[in-house]
Ligand binder design. Structure first.
Ligand SMILES: *Cc1c(COP(=O)(O)O)cnc(C)c1O
Length: 356
């Protein structure tokens, strides 16, 4: 039976990336060594890391005022590492609480300084993005989650503010061209749209660093990682390698403009199908819908289990909604072919025909 991978993360990767990575496990570039066996300070891995860094800079169109780091840990580590590096105990940072990940980020920040939650969409179950809010002029930065993986909302236009903007882009990075220069720091766990779990991409504008009094443990210190070229200690070699292959694939396919075309085609197909079938109900405000993670419900909650059972039977993997949200979640990351979305939509229509 065919399997259709709609997992929210770790999630689907491009087939050529998986094939190349499996070859490299046995014999990396004809060296007779596995990628798992090479030293991280060898020229072989230097080439991998340098290609990964230059691919990120190319895709983001950033100049040398930014540094690209590949660091250990998932995005959750960045919830702590961002305020540890940027926020002193007597300072305030602004956070948008648009969902579970943003809330976790602000909670971690409150361990290091003052947190001002300037936007909070919990009044409507995080089914929209609040765009009108005030950021105090003395805030050290504003933190947003660019795509709310769990709730299915996405910022389609970033706020214009006078303080540094920080984005958790874990689940929509490289899905479309965006103005990365608007951000002073972006981070993303690799396992949603960029590679294997275990590595974080952190892109930081150097001018925000070095401005706090707190001593920072070396392994948590962005400046020290910059000085060490992401090689302060052993990086997650295989995860960096997988990210490099995925970045190479994105560039070869036509870059972010091409990713956006596919993203729009897939999400338009899915949302128009949901909207056309009264059996299903999307609660997220239309203008704020995520193009990566579509979250929706069965209008009759009693049909949820039968629908999810049918999905399972037909090989649709990872479509059950997040445990605190329920319903259905369909993730459409870069590597997901539109044919998978088509098969899913056909299944929805078939279900609606029989149960509607
Ligand atoms: C998945 C996710 C996280 C958590 O990532 P980990 O790598 O598991 O720490 C954080 N933020 C967003 C937006 C996510 O989608």
């Amino acid at each position: 039976m065919s399997v259709y991978n709609f997992n929210s993360g770790p999630s689907i990767l491009p087939q050529p990336v998986l094939e190349e990575a499996s070859r490299a496990i046995l014999d990396f570039n004809g060296t007779g060594l596995s990628i798992l066996e090479i030293g991280h300070r060898t020229p072989m891995f230097q080439d991998v890391l340098q290609e990964a860094i230059s691919s990120v800079k190319k895709l983001m169109e950033l100049d040398d005022s930014y540094e690209v780091l590949f660091l250990h840990g998932g995005a959750t580590t960045q919830f702590m590492q961002v305020p540890m590096n940027l926020l002193d105990a007597d300072e305030t940072a602004a956070y948008c609480d648009n969902g579970i990940w943003g809330k976790k980020a602000s909670k971690e920040a409150s361990l290091f300084g003052n947190v001002n939650v300037v936007a909070d969409t919990s009044d409507r179950n995080h089914t929209y993005i609040q765009k009108q809010f005030t950021v105090p002029a003395d805030a050290k930065y504003l933190h947003i989650t660019t795509n709310n993986t769990v709730e299915g909302t996405e910022w389609h236009q970033y706020p214009d503010i006078s303080v540094p903007l920080i984005g958790d882009m874990s689940s929509d990075i490289f899905s479309r061209p965006v103005d990365f220069k608007k951000f002073s720091l972006v981070y993303a766990g690799a396992q949603k749209n960029m590679g294997a779990a275990g590595v974080n991409l952190v892109v930081v504008k150097k001018d925000v660093l070095g401005k706090i009094k707190r001593p920072i443990p070396t392994i948590m210190n962005y400046q020290k990682h910059i000085e060490a070229g992401s090689l302060m200690n052993t990086p997650p070699v295989f995860a960096v390698y997988t990210s490099m292959l995925t970045l190479r694939w994105i560039l070869a396919e036509g870059g972010l403009a091409e990713m956006e075309k596919r993203t729009i085609a897939k999400s338009d197909l899915l949302y128009s199908t949901i909207d056309s079938l009264p059996v299903f109900e999307a609660r997220v405000a239309k203008e704020d819908r995520s193009q990566m993670n579509a979250v929706f419900f069965l209008a009759n909650p009693e049909l949820e289990t039968p629908f999810l059972d049918l999905c399972k039977k037909e090989g649709m993997v990872g479509v059950k909604g997040y445990r605190t949200v329920g319903g259905v979640r369909v993730s459409m990351y870069n590597a997901l072919p539109i044919s998978s979305v088509q098969v899913f939509c056909d299944l929805m229509k078939d279900f609606a025909f029989r149960k509607g």
